[in-house]
Ligand binder design. Structure first.
Ligand SMILES: *Cc1c(COP(=O)(O)O)cnc(C)c1O
Length: 404
């Protein structure tokens, strides 16, 4: 068993930090138990309590009783834009620029092809974050093949400097999913624009964990998933941001009927709608969408600045706990120490990482393993307590010591 009498000053610090935490009460908006320390909200956010009653009503009344009438009477048809506007403040976007639907992978495809089609003529390459989450890289390669471009992988921090007269667009992950490194959205976007290229950002590991300023940073297009820090549930639909000035030129590679100017006119020819709707494709995933809408209620009265402050304090505290408790040399910090470069996770490189994570999970500390040797712990400020961070570090110390 982990020994709570070891480093008692950490226990006192955790208690003081929890007592002073302005977000402490937000945890009650989630279905969680104290048996598990859940440090995997960056893969699948916990269940917000509001979702179950809301989905029960959607299924029994809106679907069960109103049936087809709900497309209009229950606001189903306009849910993609309505829920996009709920996400907009979390990513620093004014209304009318975010639409929800399809997976992140599909939205990467829409965004990247559309970006390339908006780039100045004669450009031949797409830059891709070399450490990107794999699906983004696969889709970028397919988008390049379809549009007659080449893909050039570049480390995310060097994308701005690498852009030149041949660059049509770049696709960059705001936070690296493996290391937790946060990249400079404003600076990189400005450098891309100076080279005449468009900036496409993937917000999967940043939105909901830290402030994102899409409008202020001049980002052209962005995508993100909603089942991580936005707690929308397994497979909940992703979102697509298209900067307002670019919307009239957004030429979707998947121009389904939901993005038509008059979808129920059933015209044989395609005429794109105005605004964010142009990013839609086909019939929206209503059950998942409305679960997400209910899940977004947990953000009422919560600012992304408060979330960021707690995220940094939590990850700092976890780093202090692991430094104090882990046997020397057993794990190496991969996540950058400077706050300006840190997302909301702590990644540790450790021998036998897969086995360590299996043992941690068996002992109620849920994080995840990323090959070949990374232990990844996601800190979701809305429901993770400082005491949880300490408990996780104590159990990790035990497991890595092999003193089970
Ligand atoms: C989680 C994640 C995805 C997931 O894509 P799906 O299409 O939802 O499976 C894509 N990109 C990044 C950077 C991610 O972190």
């Amino acid at each position: 068993m982990s020994d709570p009498t070891r480093a008692p000053e950490l226990t006192a610090r955790a208690a003081a930090l929890d007592a002073a935490d302005p977000l402490a009460a937000v945890r009650d908006r989630f279905v969680l138990d104290d048996a598990t320390v859940y440090l995997d909200g960056n893969s699948l956010g916990a269940l917000p309590a509001e979702v179950l009653p809301r989905l029960a009503d959607v299924v029994t009344r809106e679907w069960g009783e109103l049936r087809i009438r709900s497309w209009e009477e229950s606001g189903w048809w306009t849910a993609p834009e309505r829920i996009g506007d709920r996400i907009a403040p979390l990513v620093g976007a004014a209304p009318g620029q975010v639409v929800v639907g399809d997976s992140t992978s599909v939205n990467v495809f829409k965004a990247l092809v559309a970006a390339v089609r908006m780039a100045p003529p004669g450009r031949t390459e797409i830059l891709v974050d070399a450490a990107t989450f794999p699906t983004d890289g696969y889709i970028a390669a397919a988008a390049a093949r379809l549009t007659g471009h080449t893909v050039r992988p570049v480390p995310a921090a060097e994308v701005g400097a690498a852009a030149g007269p041949a660059t049509a667009a770049a696709l960059v992950n705001h936070v690296d999913y493996r290391t937790g490194r946060l990249h400079d959205m404003g600076g990189t976007t400005a450098a891309l624009h100076a080279a005449g290229a468009l900036a496409v950002w993937d917000l999967c590991h940043s939105a909901g964990a830290l402030p994102v300023a899409l409008d202020a940073d001049g980002v052209d297009l962005a995508v993100g998933c909603t089942y991580k820090y936005l707690n929308g549930g397994p497979g909940s639909p992703a979102y697509l941001y298209v900067r307002r000035e670019l919307q009239p030129r957004f030429d979707s590679p998947l121009p389904g009927w939901n993005s038509h100017a008059d979808p129920f006119g059933m015209a044989p020819g395609y005429q794109p709608a105005e605004g964010a709707v142009r990013g839609r494709v086909g019939t929206p995933e209503i059950l998942s969408l409305l679960a997400l809408e209910a899940a977004l209620d947990v953000w009422d009265g919560v600012t992304t600045e408060d979330v960021r402050a707690k995220s940094l304090a939590l990850t700092d505290f976890f780093l202090d706990c692991t430094a104090a408790l882990l046997p020397a040399g057993r794990a190496e910090f991969v996540t950058p120490a400077p706050h300006a470069e840190r997302g909301s996770q702590v990644s540790l490189r450790c021998a036998g990482a897969a086995e360590v994570m299996r043992e941690l999970t068996a002992r109620g500390v849920v994080g995840d393993f990323r090959p070949p040797d990374i232990l990844r712990f996601g800190f979701t400020p809305l429901y993770t307590r400082y005491a949880d961070a300490l408990r996780a570090a104590r159990i990790l110390a035990d497991v890595t010591e092999g003193t089970a």
